[in-house]
Structure formats: C-alpha cells, structure tokens
Design a protein around this ligand. Structure first.
Ligand code: NAD
Length: 251
C-alpha cells in the first residue's frame, strides 16, 4: 500500500511506543519519516529499521519543550527532504504527584513537554507548509486524561485538555490553507510511559472494555488513517482510541 507515498512526515517521540509504531506504519505506506526524539539512539534505531525495510527515514535529536529546536527540526526536514506534508506532535511525559505536592517545577515540566511542544509543532509546522504552499496534516497526541481527571495528574490533565482545544482552534484557522488538524486520545497503551509495576498496569487495563492494555500498533493504525486522504472529513476533532474507557463508568 502506498497511500502515503511522496509525503514527508515528522514524528516527535518517534523512538518509542506510539510514535515508533506510527513511524513504521506510515513508512510501510510510503511516507518518508523524520524520527524526532530526545532519545537519539532510539530514534536512530527506528530510522535504521525503516531504511532496512526499504523505506526512507532520518533520525533527529530534539527537545520538544524548546521552540527553537522544533523550528530547527522543521527547517532541517525541508532542507533534507524538500517538503513537509505532516507533523505528528506526539512526544510526551507523565509526572504523577498529588496536587498538594504539585510544585511549580513539576507542573511546568509537563506543561512544557506535553502542551507547549504541541503549539511549537503546530506553529512552525503550519508556517512552513503555508510558506511552501503545500497541503498538510497535523496530528496531536492528547489522552483520555484530556477529558477525564485522574488523581495525581493535575499537570497532565491540564496539558492534554489544552491539546484537545488546540487541535480544534488550529483546525479552524488553518483550514483555509489546506491544513487539517486532528487529535488522538489514547487510553492506556502498553508503552514504557506506564512504568513497570504490573499491579498498576493490571488496574489500568481493567478500565478497558477488553480488560487488556491497548497495544501501540492500534493507536498507530488510527493515526496513519488520520494522516490519509480517506480521513479528509475529520477535522478539529480528537479521536479516542480507548477501548471504551470514555464510554462507560463500570464495565
Ligand atoms: P513512550 O514513553 O513510549 O514514548 C514517548 C517518547 O517521547 C519517548 O521516545 C521519549 O524519549 C520522547 N520524549 C519525551 N520527552 C521528550 C522531549 N522533551 N523531547 C523529545 N522527545 C521526548 O510513551 P507513549 O505512550 O508512546 O507516549 C506517546 C504519547 O502518547 C505521549 O504524548 C503520551 O502522553 C501519550 N499517551 C500515552 C498513553 C499511554 O498509556 N501510553 C495514554 C494517553 C496518551
């Protein structure tokens, strides 16, 4: 399948989890991928496995919480591959603390990495697409925690709720330039961000209809669809990939 042939797509957080799987699926469908991550070694490994499979990819070390680094990433991508068709603003962290221990540093760190990064990716990505006069798609990773509060997640709840609204607001202003903006709201996905405490993971899994964690490939396949022309009528909304989490109170 070459649905994404000729496209050049930046994926932040591409070294691991959801970003990694999306990089593999989009490249399988013909896209050139810039695997952008703080974890340079991991990004290089993902790019190498894409290249080994006959695809085109490059690794790029970036700290998404820094606007000048995202701007440089966008410029570098266009210098190297000649265009920009999409950006998946996906890198993120969690930093769980009770609210009364949510000191300014813990609050701002998550807002910087999970929220401001999405603004930087949207802003510098969209400006470049408009400058190049090309259509494009921006996908932002939100979360079920963008609409449901969780204990210890004040910072993360705030950041992800902002991502949901930024996708709507960005879509509204960028439509006239042929740029579509959508969000994805994963449930509990089996990636390193969940940590390695099996009891915690089982408790999270029990909140899904299947009783299991969601595999990152399942989010990647939805994101890959959202980047496609088949999803051209999906604009501004955030699509839940949550195995029913947002649809019921108790299973
Ligand atoms: P992950 O830990 O496997 O991947 C996150 C990636 O982001 C890592 O490769 C990490 O190096 C990178 N990253 C972190 N901080 C960075 C920074 N400052 N600059 C550049 N890269 C940075 O986790 P994941 O589950 O694949 O997470 C991807 C996204 O999905 C995140 O935004 C996360 O909040 C969101 N999400 C995850 C879950 C889940 O249950 N796993 C649920 C909802 C939303």
């Amino acid at each position: 399948m070459a649905e994404h042939h000729g496209k050049v797509i930046i994926i932040t957080g591409g070294a691991s989890g959801i970003g990694r799987e999306t990089a593999l699926q989009l490249s399988d469908q013909g896209a050139t991928i810039v695997v952008a991550d703080f974890n340079e070694e991991g990004a290089k490994q993902v790019a190498a496995s894409i290249e080994a499979g006959g695809g085109t990819a490059a690794a790029y070390k970036v700290d998404v919480s820094k606007g000048d680094e995202i701007k440089a990433l966008v410029d570098w991508t266009v210098d190297k591959f000649g265009t920009l068709s999409g950006i998946f603003n996906n890198a993120g962290i969690g930093l769980v603390k009770p609210f009364l221990e949510m000191d300014p540093e813990s609050y701002h760190r998550v807002i910087d990495v999970d929220q401001h990064s999405v603004y930087y990716g949207m802003y510098y990505g969209a400006k470049k697409m408009v400058e190049l006069n090309v259509p494009g798609t921006i996908v932002n990773t939100a979360s079920i925690y963008g609409s449901v509060a969780a204990v210890g997640s004040f910072n993360y709840n705030a950041a992800k709720a902002a991502v949901v609204m930024m996708s709507k607001s960005g879509a509204l202003e960028l439509a006239e330039h042929g740029i579509r903006v959508v969000g994805v709201a994963p449930g509990y996905i089996d990636t390193p961000i969940l940590g390695d405490n099996q009891e915690v993971k089982d408790a999270l899994a029990s909140q899904h209809m299947s009783g299991k964690l969601i595999q990152p490939e399942k989010v990647a396949s939805v994101v890959t669809f959202l980047f496609s022309d088949a999803a051209s009528a999906v604009n501004g909304s955030t699509v839940a990939v949550d195995d029913g989490f947002l649809s019921f109170k108790t299973r």
